[in-house]
Design a protein around this ligand. Structure first.
Ligand code: 13P
Length: 302
């Protein structure tokens, strides 16, 4: 049976109320072990549900195992006595071994990203992970359509990468995934333009065909607040999970005097006064996203 980290829940427990009540939940990619705590402090101070996540690639970049990341979250939950809705989520991952390791380490939710594969193969890989995860009480986010990085983003010609609404319906029916990441024009990283073009009509068409499934917006860094509000406020409930990574790390590094990316252990070894400046900036950035972008402040109940 499931051995998820105590105090964490599957995504759906957080996303269904958000979809119903017209807000989204921030999925904060802490990246570094030390950044888990300020992310949680932000949610605590704003009485907000929150998702704390890390991807397969980030585990490699920052020198962490899923167990290291879970331990960091568990310590922060204990120290802060955090009792609001919380998910421990594995972001973009494509290797079953990594996904299984995260589930074994107590993650309450995982993402299988087989979106680089042809449709049938994406269905097959996603369905396998859904079977494994659901047997253990763990939710699954999947992706259809390709999300790029902002340095690959064009304003013309990207639509071939976007999620096709009819395919989304078939994909969700055949895989049984709990949440779907859609490609509608957002990208990972910092946008080269101030106001990236988002295909809201496509998002509406997906929602109309799939009235139930929570939708996920990736590439939350650098999006204008008004764009996020519009994506949340669609008829029938728009996106209910927004991922944020780059803005948190950039806030951290800028506040420490513009240091380059480092491993999680290197951050832990920095002079405490310097690190504290960075962590305060992560908390401020997380609070800004929770309060002014996804607008989930006060939604955690009493
Ligand atoms: P950003 O780095 O653009 O915030 O994207 C985060 C993301 O979507 C992680 O899956």
């Amino acid at each position: 049976m499931s051995d998820v980290m105590p105090g964490t829940s599957p995504l759906t427990d957080l996303l269904r109320p958000a979809q119903r009540d017209g807000y989204a939940v921030a999925a904060l990619s802490a990246r570094y072990r030390a950044c888990v705590r300020p992310a949680l402090e932000a949610a605590l101070e704003l009485r907000s549900p929150v998702i704390v996540e890390i991807s397969q690639r980030e585990l490699g970049w920052f020198g962490l195992s899923p167990r290291d990341f879970r331990d960091a979250l568990e310590a922060a939950v204990r120290d802060l006595d955090f009792r609001y809705p919380l998910a421990l989520h594995l972001d973009h991952s494509w290797e079953p071994a990594v996904i299984h390791a995260a589930i074994d380490a107590g993650f309450s939710s995982v993402m299988i990203d087989a979106s680089a594969q042809p449709f049938e193969e994406n269905v097959r890989q996603t369905r396998d992970i859904v079977t494994y995860a659901h047997a253990r009480g763990v939710s699954v986010e999947a992706e259809l359509g390709k999300l790029t990085t902002t340095d690959q983003l064009e304003t013309e010609g990207d639509e071939a990468l976007y999620t096709v609404p009819e395919e989304a319906l078939e994909f969700v029916e055949r895989t049984g995934c709990d949440a779907l990441a859609v490609s509608i024009g957002t990208a990972h990283g910092v946008y080269p333009v101030k106001d990236p073009k988002i295909d809201f009509e496509r998002l509406e068409a997906i929602r109309a065909l799939l009235p139930e499934v929570p939708l996920v917006l990736h590439g939350g860094s650098g999006l204008p607040a008004a764009t996020v509000h519009r994506a949340i406020a669609l008829p029938g409930g728009g996106v209910s999970k927004m991922n944020v990574a780059t803005d948190l790390e950039n806030a951290l590094l800028a506040a420490m005097g513009g240091l380059p990316r480092m491993t999680s252990a290197e951050l832990d070894a920095l002079e405490p006064g310097v690190r504290a400046l960075g962590l305060a900036a992560v908390k401020a950035e997380a609070k800004d996203k929770i309060e002014h972008f996804v607008r989930s402040a006060g939604r955690a109940g009493t």
